[in-house]
Design a protein around this ligand. Sequence first.
Ligand code: NAP
Ligand code: GDD
Length: 344
Amino acid sequence: MKKKKRALITGITGQDGSYVAELLVRKGYEVFGLVRRSSNDPFVRLKELIRERKITILYGDMRDSGAIRRALERAEPDEIYNLAAQSDVGISFMCPEEAGEINYHGLGRLVHAVLDGRLRSKIYQASTSEMFGSAKPPQNENTPFQPVSPYGVAKLRAHEDYVVGYRKKYPDLFICSGILFNHESPRRGQHFVTRKISISLAKIKLGLQDYVELGNLNARRDWGYAGDFVEAMWLMLQREKPADYVIATGQVHTVRDFVNETAKALDMHIAWSGSGTREVGKTEAGKVIVRVNKKFFRPVEVDHLLGDSGKARRELGWKPRVSFEDLAAMMAKADLEAVASENK
Ligand code: NAP
Ligand code: GDD
């Protein structure tokens, strides 16, 4: 009988981790997840897979080299998906050391554990379009990086030192990265703008909230669906030789567009008036349901991310399936259902 492939996922409790876990279980992998201790229940998204013993949880923090080494010894992975990160860009301005510690040194600890253990595991690193920062769009693998946030800087250092640098230094090491543009889903953390919008508009629709306060409505992002993007991660690890790929939809929208599209999916239509911090979004009945609050502006903003994923399309045969409109509708409907059932 063919031996089952084995995978270790760091960050398995996050949005992408849960989709990768499901994808690999469907493909017949034996899946291990590295999870840090939490006072809350971190397993909401994974309950069924754990109950059915389809994934094995190993405890460990990306700050703890010994725990990472022990997880590798137990999992003996053919593939490692390094998704663990302090992934909130806004918070990284307040906690820059944490961004460096987890997003940069965390990868260093993992790569050294693989090298020290003489493992043949292939490593996927979650790099990000935030590394492009203020670089002119569209951005692809040849665009010079210009990060502006502590999060982006830490991810870029990890990318340059341990992905690109170690690939040259250690020719036997298989390490690749996906430079992923924003990807969302009903499982997105509630502090990211798309999910904040979908959950807030669902509550407003149900009369449970009056309005939502947002920051920069003009920020432009290339938003895709997380379920599509994790397939690209897997495809990268199936290659003979490691390489880095931009993963993006090639479509750009503003935060305001995401509000409009979500509202449309909920049969609410928004009319905008005013400008800057005085801009508001009103319902047809004239009720203000979107306001701008300076509190949600970043010290330095990334204005415009738009990815060119031509290389991934050509070499991996990858393309996104879910459109911007369908993504907003999927999130709006999921939150409407969840909020309604919680408040029954
Ligand atoms: P997420 O939902 O915030 O998940 C982050 C995961 O990292 C969680 O499982 C979290 O565990 C874990 N983690 C954080 N600190 C840790 C530590 N010290 N030790 C061990 N685990 C730790 O992020 P995501 O959206 O799934 O993103 C996955 C990866 O892709 C991240 O590296 C992110 O930076 C990168 N990325 C994301 C996007 C995107 O648009 N989603 C785009 C480009 C790159 P807890 O549950 O305990 O917090
Ligand atoms: N979070 C948040 N909350 N963002 C807001 C708000 C708000 O109330 N109002 C406007 N925005 C703007 C932000 O200033 C930013 O320009 C944009 O909405 C998107 O913000 P986020 O959803 O927080 O995502 P991000 O682009 O900063 O970071 C995400 O994508 C990166 C890839 O480009 C994260 O998933 C990162 O981990 C990821 O690397």
